[in-house]
Design a protein around this ligand. Structure first.
Ligand code: KG4
Ligand code: ZN
Length: 340
């Protein structure tokens, strides 16, 4: 299975074999390209994917000692994501499939994230609760089997990654803000700032992070000149504490409500080590097990797309298409997936 991921700002390519596992992968991150703009510029993203995808495919095939003819199915991220960026991956995938006379399969980006812990732990079994925390999404799902994902709760405004990124920007940090804020927070003093934990005690499993960003802005303004390096670190730590407290509390609540004893974490924010500490502790209290993707598979990557495609085919849940038609779905609800 050849997998191509281009939904946002990383071009990822991988070859996954149902028997031998991951045979090769390569990634090009556009972080440097978008840094000056403080966020992803969709048109620049699309153009860069055009330049990167084919060389990455060549590199991965070379590393795996394979030729295009050895590939059985070409998989690509069909959505959700930036339309122009998705079109590049889909177009290249369709062209390669046509050239090689092989079928084509579109994959749901979030299912890729959701299954990414299984890349390192193939024995992990359904059912489980999934906490999906990325730059664009924050949701809790009950995954009862492959393709059956029931939404338990989600953010009503900003995603957790967005809360990290926007707060980091207010603190004068670079893009993407999550990892930078986490680095600065390591030098912060606990309790120096008190920030709200939006919706932490609400009855539902929804999240809200927009107010947190406003609270950070207020603290920055109130501090004025006094916001020296130490105080910035203090505020970064307080922000990280607030976001991770809410995520851990809601994940624990989802486990309690569903009666399930397995938590799977996925998406870029899943790389946050403080979040992992809190989820470990919460799951230990509940007698639950928690599984994370390897750090390199938390953010967008090719292997998760090739792997999700492989699992779907094996389960008979997907029919790869012959021919030259391809499509993308920039907005695509996970709950619509079972019907694919
Ligand atoms: O899953 P992902 O690569 O892209 C989306 O599909 O959205 O997630 C990117 C997000 C960004 O918001 C980034 O700041 C955040 O994940 N992120 C982190 C960390 N590493 C990445 N947030 C907090 N701590 C981290 N260590
Ligand atoms: Zn993603």
């Amino acid at each position: 299975m050849l997998g191509i991921e281009t939904s946002c700002d990383e071009s990822g390519v991988a070859v996954y074999d149902s028997r031998d596992g991951l045979l090769g992968h390569a990634l090009h991150s556009q972080i440097a390209l978008h840094r000056d703009y403080g966020g992803v510029v969709p048109e620049l993203a699309s153009r860069d994917h055009i330049a990167r995808v084919l060389p990455l495919v060549d590199a991965v095939l070379d590393d795996s000692r394979l030729r295009l003819a050895d590939i059985d199915v070409v998989a690509y991220t069909r959505g959700p994501g930036l339309a122009g960026a998705l079109l590049v991956g889909a177009g290249v995938a369709a062209a390669l499939a046509m050239a090689a006379g092989k079928p084509l399969l579109g994959v749901h980006h979030l299912e890729g994230h959701l299954l990414s812990p299984l890349l390192s732990e193939p024995a992990l079994e359904f059912p489980f609760v999934a906490l999906l925390v990325s730059g664009g999404h924050t949701m809790l799902l009950e995954a009862s089997s492959l393709g059956r994902y029931e939404l338990l709760g989600e953010t009503v405004d900003d995603a957790a990654g967005e809360a990290f990124d926007k707060s980091a920007k207010l603190l004068g940090l670079g893009y993407p803000g999550g990892p930078e804020l986490a680095r600065l927070a390591a030098h912060g003093r606990a309790g120096a700032f008190d920030l709200p934990r939006p919706k932490i005690h609400s009855d539902d499993l929804d999240f809200s992070f927009a107010g947190l960003k406003t609270a950070v802005l207020t603290r920055v303004r109130q501090s004025g000149e006094a916001l020296d390096e130490q105080r910035r670190a203090d505020l970064a730590a307080a922000t990280q504490e607030a976001i991770t407290d809410v995520l851990a509390a809601k994940a624990a609540a989802a486990l309690r409500r569903s009666g399930l004893r397995t938590l799977v974490v996925a998406g870029g924010v899943g790389a946050n080590l403080r979040l992992r500490e809190k989820l470990d502790a919460a799951c230990a209290r509940l007698g639950a097990r928690v599984h994370y993707p390897a750090l390199q598979w938390c953010t967008d990557n090719g292997p998760m797309i090739a792997y999700a495609a492989c699992r779907r085919l094996q389960a008979g849940l997907a029919q790869p298409a012959q021919g030259h038609a391809f499509d993308i779905q920039p907005r695509w609800d996970l709950s619509e997936l079972a019907a694919v």
